[in-house]
Every structure is written in C-alpha cells, then in structure tokens.
Design a protein around this ligand. Structure first.
Ligand SMILES: [Zn+2]
Length: 264
C-alpha cells in the first residue's frame, strides 16, 4: 500500500474524472490519499470527498495565499469541522513569501492561530513554506516548545529547503514531504535532502494537480504518480522501492494516526 499524503482532489481540474483518478490511484497501490484544504470552502469539499471514498482523508485550514483575514468565525468553523472522524490534520497552513499576495503579518497571524487550533483539537499540522524558512521554522520551534513537544507535530510539505532547514525541522519532530521535483534533472539539492534524512521521517506526496513528476511533466498531476516520487527516492537511497513505500506508508499512518481505521 502507498499513501499520497498531499493531493488537492477538489480542484476543478479533477471535475471531469475525479472518481476515475481515485480509482486509478488504487489500481497503482495508492489506496490512501490525504487532502489538504486551502480555505473554508475546500475544507468542506475535502470532507465530502472523504465521506464518499474509503481511503480518502481530509484536512481543514487556510493556506497562506488564501488568507484575507483570519477571523474568530473562521477559527470556530475549522474547530467544528475538525471534529469529523475523517479529518486527520490542520492544513495546509504556513507562510508564502514567493507569491506574497497576502501581507506577511496577516499570514503570520493566521499561521499562529491555526497552530494553536491544532493544539486545541489535538491534530497534527501540514505546513506550506515557500521562501519563508527562517520565519516558518522560528514559529514552529516556539509552537512545539510551548505545546509540550507533541511526538509527531506535523509535516513540512513539498520540502524545498536546505539540509540545515531539514535538520532544524527534524529536531522538533517534523516529517518532511517530498514531491515531484525530486525527479527533475536539475534537482540535485532536493535529491541530497531526500537521500540524507532518516527514512522514518520521510513522506511522499504529489501536491496534485501541481508538481507533476518528470515522466509526465507539463501535464496534470494525480495521486497514482506518487509512485514515481517514491521510486526516485529509493534509487537515491539505494534501497528497494517496496521498502521505501513500506516505510513512507508506516510514517503516514503514524503522523495522521490512520492505523486504527485501516486495521493495520
Ligand atoms: Zn498543497
């Protein structure tokens, strides 16, 4: 079994064939998919997909590029949505200084509010970080320190930082999610990270419909293609692909506490 721990299956690019995409994932051994939200509306959409598909799990939260203003009403809404039995994380939340569409102080307020929400509802977090590693890590270090060091606080999704960034996140118990760019010809830095971090801290993701691996680069990404991410990392680490898949699946179950619901 393989888990794609990050795919946005509610986006309209899947409207025409969403069920076929989920079925194709299962045919490729990707039986479990975790769907991060980007706002209130997509949190609800993720939950309704999780309700209608056994292997699909949902997250709730607002992405840094989608924060207009993080209100108490939003917090209350996410709080109540997070009680759903198939909601496994708060995310994706974080900081994005690349697009910079939302003022940084607003991003930080929303980020910190949602970290505190995650502590309140006892769920791990999925972190989006683009060109914002120093601030993101500083906020996460403070959060972990003040929340009595939760054992598996979250994942830094689609990791694109340095080895030093990776080390600081591993030090506070984070997992690192690796996506399609690890297959790109020029991604030597990312491959070094994927090869170096402990196997028990690694997750494989698609971020579908984005970040399509080299094999289909330029086309829409989908969960079935997470295999190519795993296979490439296995080559880098000089291990069998099936061992890589076994480890990353175990990690996903550990982080998102899926084991009981899947009878593993
Ligand atoms: Zn995403």
């Amino acid at each position: 079994m393989i888990v794609d721990t990050h795919c946005h299956l509610y986006f309209d690019r899947f409207d025409a064939d969403r069920d076929a995409v989920i079925a194709r994932a299962a045919e490729n051994d990707v039986q479990v998919m975790v769907i991060p939200a980007v706002n209130v509306e997509t949190s609800k959409a993720a939950i309704s997909l999780a309700e209608t598909h056994t292997g699909v799990y949902a997250c709730v939260g607002v992405h840094p590029n989608y924060v207009i203003q993080f209100t108490n009403e939003m917090r209350a809404e996410f709080h109540s949505l997070s009680a759903h039995s198939k909601v496994v994380a708060i995310g994706e939340i974080g900081l994005d200084y690349y697009w910079d569409t939302v003022p940084r102080d607003q991003q930080k307020l929303a980020f910190e509010a949602q970290l505190s929400l995650a502590s309140d509802v006892d769920l791990p977090v999925i972190i989006h970080c683009r060109e914002a590693f120093p601030d993101t890590i500083e906020i996460l270090v403070d959060w972990v320190k003040n929340s009595n060091y939760p054992e598996n606080p979250g994942v830094l999704h689609s990791f694109a930082g340095s080895l030093e960034d990776a080390k600081r996140l591993l030090d506070i118990g984070f997992f690192l999610g690796i996506t399609g760019p690890v297959t790109f010809p020029k991604a030597d830095g990312l491959r070094t990270v994927a090869r170096t971090i402990p196997l028990d801290r690694l997750l494989i993701e698609t971020d579908a419909p984005f970040l399509t691996p080299q094999q289909r680069r330029g086309k829409r990404n989908e969960p079935a293609y997470v295999k190519w991410v795993g296979e490439r990392i296995a080559i880098e680490r000089a291990i069998e692909a099936e061992d890589l898949f076994a480890a990353t699946t175990r990690n996903a179950h550990q982080l998102f506490r899926l084991s009981s619901s899947l009878n593993l």
